[in-house]
Design a protein around this ligand. Structure first.
Ligand SMILES: [Fe+2]
Length: 384
């Protein structure tokens, strides 16, 4: 662990050297201007590294108000640095293109004004990104077509919520907005695909009272994500059971619609195994499946889809990716996640990846939004 900390800190230090060099080397700043920029950057980077090392120790994970503020502040600084580094890299790429491919295309990229703009633009991004969070969850309607959909399930509406990350950095008013929106929509079924609670449950009685108001005629189903396992998972899962959610740990719930049956299955996140909890067990799920049912499976991780489709599942619902959450990760996510967001077809199964209803880390989204998905089951018209 000592090695990882050293490597991570050295990596951040290297980024600091690169960014401060690129922001000051070619400008016509006086030595005072150059020193001021370097001191500002050194302070911001030191805050991020310091907070990272401080929270590394598990005993520092408990939430006291001043710690929450420190974490919040340094996450915002981290987001600022993220935008700044992205802009510095983009500028270098443009300068490379200008020098070697298309000369005199972009003007003076390294003027003092350009450098000031690069220091200021991340602040604009922070404000815009935060505004996206303030707007709250946005509804996305997704009709999904199936050849084998029983006619009793035609038009069934499943409201899909994921990656809410209830924690001190998510304001209770966000949860209140989400609950009000959900109640207005009157869905037939509500599903939660993990990373809903990302903190000690005792701290969030208020939010759980709000979630307890949710109702759906055919039930509310829930599977844990990786983040639930970081904070006393058994207590957390019990809190969801206590408010009437069906917590599905390799379990299948049968929902009858006249002669048709919808089987709602759920598997936990593989992170469970690191905490000596029950991990995903697809063989156990398969034993509970019946032949003619319509099968929906909840899995926090979309990456399990290749295995899940071998069970004869019709629809997998997932989250986890946050769609990259903010620039430039909303672009780069495709290099890390095969199924980043939206609808996919894998064999005979369809997979929907919701980009996350809440957010994680800094309070912002840029290039993505807080998604509340209404999945509508539709019969695929016959093609001759
Ligand atoms: Fe998440």
């Amino acid at each position: 662990m000592g090695l990882f900390r050293t490597l991570a800190s050295s990596f951040i230090l290297l980024i600091f050297i690169y960014v401060s060099h690129q922001l000051t080397r070619f400008t016509d700043f006086t030595w005072i201007g150059t020193t001021a920029v370097i001191i500002l950057l050194a302070f911001l980077f030191a805050l991020v590294i310091g907070t990272f090392l401080f929270f590394w120790k598990e005993k520092n994970l408990d939430h006291r108000p001043w710690r929450d503020r420190l974490l919040d502040g340094s996450l915002t600084v981290m987001a600022y640095i993220n935008f700044l580094v992205s802009l510095v890299i983009l500028r270098d790429v443009f300068a490379f293109v200008e020098k070697w491919v298309m000369p005199s295309q972009f003007g003076n990229l390294y003027s003092s004004q350009a450098t000031f703009a690069m220091l200021g633009l991340p602040l604009v991004f922070l404000i815009f990104g935060n505004a996206v969070i303030q707007v709250g969850p946005r509804l996305k309607k997704v009709p999904v077509f199936f050849k084998n959909l029983p006619k009793e399930l035609e038009g069934l509406r499943l409201l899909h919520i994921t990656d809410l990350h209830i924690s001190p950095s998510l304001s209770p008013s966000f949860v209140k907005k989400l609950v009000a929106q959900t109640l207005r929509l009157q869905p037939d079924v509500i599903v939660f695909t993990g990373d809903i609670l990302d903190s000690f449950v005792e701290k969030h009685e208020e939010e759980f009272k709000m979630l307890a108001e949710l109702k759906a005629p055919h039930g509310i189903y829930y599977v844990p994500g990786n983040h639930e396992y970081y904070w006393n998972p058994q207590k957390g899962l019990q809190a969801f059971r206590d408010i009437g959610f069906h917590v599905l740990i390799n379990q299948v719930q049968n929902i009858a619609f006249g002669p048709a049956t919808l089987q709602m299955a759920g598997i936990p996140d593989p992170a469970a195994l690191h905490f000596r909890e029950e991990g995903p067990d697809l063989a156990r799920v398969q034993k509970q499946f019946t032949e003619n049912s319509f099968k929906v499976l909840l899995s926090h991780q979309p990456s399990l889809a290749a295995k899940v489709q071998t069970l004869g599942v019709d629809l997998q619902l997932s989250g986890h990716t946050h769609g990259g959450q903010f620039f430039p990760w909303n672009w780069l996510i495709v290099f890390f996640e095969r199924y980043a967001k939206g609808l996919y077809r894998i064999g005979n199964m369809q997979l929907y990846v919701n980009q996350g209803t809440g957010y994680w880390g800094p309070r912002l989204r840029l290039g993505t939004y807080c998604e509340l998905t209404e999945i509508v089951l539709r019969k695929e018209p016959k093609t001759e």
